[in-house]
Design a protein around this ligand. Structure first.
Ligand SMILES: Nc1ncnc2c1ncn2[C@@H]1O[C@H](COP(=O)(O)OP(=O)(O)OP(=O)(O)O)[C@@H](O)[C@H]1O
Ligand SMILES: [Mg+2]
Length: 287
């Protein structure tokens, strides 16, 4: 759905750098929402809460080993869209999702799909760290236990250790396995939640403002971690911080009132956006 920038339709004027900018009224996605060999594909996705049309005909791919940032003003639908990717919207009574979303070619809204394993394959990390009221060990072991991923205690121990190592938390907690997860600092709790997500071997990790409750040091640790995790997983992250989007993502998607306005290489989105609305947002004129 690439739009040729040379066309005059929907074009409002020339940006500071001589770029042609798409008009504020134009709602067709500008840029390149699709990637080669995508891990997840979304086509014609519409989401409604009752009569409210919260996501409007969105098409977007999540590639392999990439971090896609989703940005936009509050209420534009970032969390709603993210929740479509592992069917978390199913838990909201008034919510209706239309369109097609696939994971490795499988329609995740297909009748035969069981959402429990789906939510392990497409794991989610929330804004506020939410460890279970259990020990550190049991927080991480919980998923592997319910999904039967370990044959015995030795295997389970190994999954717990590996997950905590990948989440960059092992050294800090290896002697505290029986301590409650809720006793850790906020940043440690968020890494524990990441370890819990990793423990069930997901393919995609969804993160909804994972650092907004953390201080700058804990944030920086999580950002470094995201960079490492993308070697193994595909990551979609919602963030209100444009600096964070620039630091951690390769592609950025800008949403506005339920429309996906522009998608592109992160550096391009922040330096030479092609849509007037993207430009308004990144220059602080909107949101
Ligand atoms: N459970 C719900 N019931 C009804 N409307 C909802 C529900 N959740 C979200 N909405 C509405 O859908 C729209 C998109 O909301 P969403 O939470 O996805 O936005 P967001 O971009 O994540 O915002 P924020 O940056 O504030 O987190 C908003 O108008 C919101 O009021
Ligand atoms: Mg949100």
């Amino acid at each position: 759905m690439t739009v040729d920038v040379k066309t005059t339709a929907g074009v409002s004027g020339i940006g500071q750098t001589g770029r042609i900018l798409y008009d504020r009224e134009s709602r067709e996605t500008v840029g390149e929402p699709f990637v080669e060999g995508a891990r997840m594909t979304c086509r014609g996705v519409n989401v409604y809460y009752g009569d409210k049309h919260a996501i409007k005909n969105v098409a977007l791919d999540i590639g392999r080993n990439e971090v896609v940032a989703m940005i936009g003003p509050s209420g534009c639908g970032k969390s709603t869209f993210l929740r479509c990717l592992n069917r978390m919207n199913d838990t909201i009574d008034t919510c209706r999702v239309e369109g097609e979303i696939t994971l490795d070619g499988m329609d995740i809204y297909g009748k035969e799909v069981d959402v429990v394993p789906l939510r392990a394959q497409v794991g989610m990390v929330f804004q506020k760290p939410n460890p279970f009221p259990k020990s550190i060990y049991d927080n991480v072991a919980y998923g592997p236990r319910i999904h039967g991923l370990a044959q015995n205690k030795v295997e389970l121990d190994e999954i717990v250790e590996t997950s905590l190592r990948k989440a960059g938390l092992w050294e800090e907690v290896k002697d505290l396995m029986t301590h409650p997860g809720t006793g850790l600092s906020g940043g440690q709790q968020q890494r524990l939640c990441i370890a819990r997500t990793i423990a069930v071997s997901p393919e995609v990790i969804l993160m909804d403002e994972p650092c907004s409750a953390l201080d700058p040091i804990a944030t920086s640790i999580i950002e470094d971690l995201i960079d490492e995790l993308k070697q193994q997983f595909s990551i979609a992250i919602v963030t209100h911080s444009m600096q964070q989007a620039s630091r951690v993502s390769q592609r950025t998607a800008y949403f506005h009132l339920g429309d996906l306005i522009e998608v592109g290489d992160t550096a391009q989105i922040f330096t030479t956006p092609r849509h007037q609305l993207t430009q308004d947002y990144i220059t602080g004129r909107f949101g």
